[in-house]
Ligand binder design. Structure first.
Ligand SMILES: NC(=O)c1ccc[n+]([C@@H]2O[C@H](COP(=O)([O-])OP(=O)(O)OC[C@H]3O[C@@H](n4cnc5c(N)ncnc54)[C@H](OP(=O)(O)O)[C@@H]3O)[C@@H](O)[C@H]2O)c1
Length: 247
């Protein structure tokens, strides 16, 4: 992937940082997108193996469309291209599905604005620059919650279903210059998930045919595979879930 430039939103997060590392290990120049985690993003960009162009941390607040337009202009000015965009930024909070009153409008708006509008707005801001390469890739990090409707809350699950649907529309709209794919993880062994209730985690493992959770690196390698080998794939939802929905 030498000469390719990849932007990862939420790039300093648990899964996002693994995606940045795997893309850089495969030779891409990585732009680590962050919202609040500026120090983690800058230190990650500094640690990645060197490529012909410098890795860098970029502020990518996905709910701020004006900032995203400025970001696209800055990436164009500094790098002249964007080959890969990974929409990994996402937000949620645990609310039991039966507790409807606890899922208030503010949380609903935050989840939809970040996960759904934010993913679309980032593609909208960057698609003109991405089209220039003639062979670009958008990966939306979805979740099996989109199909199982089991996840941190009702609206999080719905937001991921919306992302998968959007993947198909955008794949059609942006072809042939830009491919658009969802990578749909099951539960991933991030630091956050490691701190969750052990009995609940054990139950998730027991219900997963492959009898473990995914590592962040396994999600990242799916992104790299889409960029390198799975080049005739677009508009697809790729589950990386150990078979959890059939468990
Ligand atoms: N962990 C799992 O088991 C799992 C399973 C399936 C899908 N996923 C999905 O995988 C993605 C990454 O999750 P994760 O587990 O790695 O969580 P995480 O560590 O919390 O990462 C999420 C990242 O999103 C960024 N973010 C949040 N709001 C943002 C905004 N408005 N603008 C820009 N960035 C924003 C945060 O950036 P800052 O830190 O810079 O503020 C954060 O680093 C999410 O889309 C999540 O839904 C996770």
């Amino acid at each position: 992937m030498e000469s390719k430039v990849a932007l990862v939103t939420g790039g300093a997060g648990g899964i996002g940082s693994a995606i940045c590392e795997e893309l850089a290990a495969a030779g891409a120049t990585v732009l680590v997108g962050y919202m609040n985690s500026i120090e983690r993003a800058e230190s990650l960009a500094a640690q990645l193996p060197q490529t012909s162009l410098p890795h860098a941390a970029f502020h990518t607040p996905v709910t701020d469309s004006i900032a995203l337009s400025a970001l696209a202009a800055e990436v164009g000015r500094r790098y002249g291209r964007c080959d890969i965009l990974v929409n990994c930024a996402g937000t949620t909070r645990y609310v039991p599905h039966a507790q409807l009153n606890e899922l208030d409008d503010a949380l609903i708006d935050e989840i939809l604005a970040t996960n759904v509008r934010g993913s679309f707005a980032t593609v909208r801001a960057l698609h003109t620059l991405m089209r220039r390469t003639g062979d670009a890739l958008v990966v939306n990090i979805s979740s099996i919650a989109a199909v199982t409707a089991m996840g941190s809350n009702v609206m999080y699950c719905a937001s991921k279903a919306a992302i998968d649907n959007m993947t198909k529309s955008l794949a059609r709209a942006l072809a042939p210059e830009i491919r658009v794919v969802s990578v749909s993880p099951g539960l991933v062994e991030t630091e956050f998930v490691k701190k969750m209730d052990q009995a609940w985690r054990d139950e998730q493992v027991a219900r997963t045919p492959l009898k473990r959770l995914a590592s962040p690196q396994e999600i990242a390698r799916a992104v790299v595979a889409l960029a390198t080998n799975l080049v005739f794939v677009t508009g697809a939802i790729i589950p990386i879930d150990g078979g959890r929905p059939i468990g």
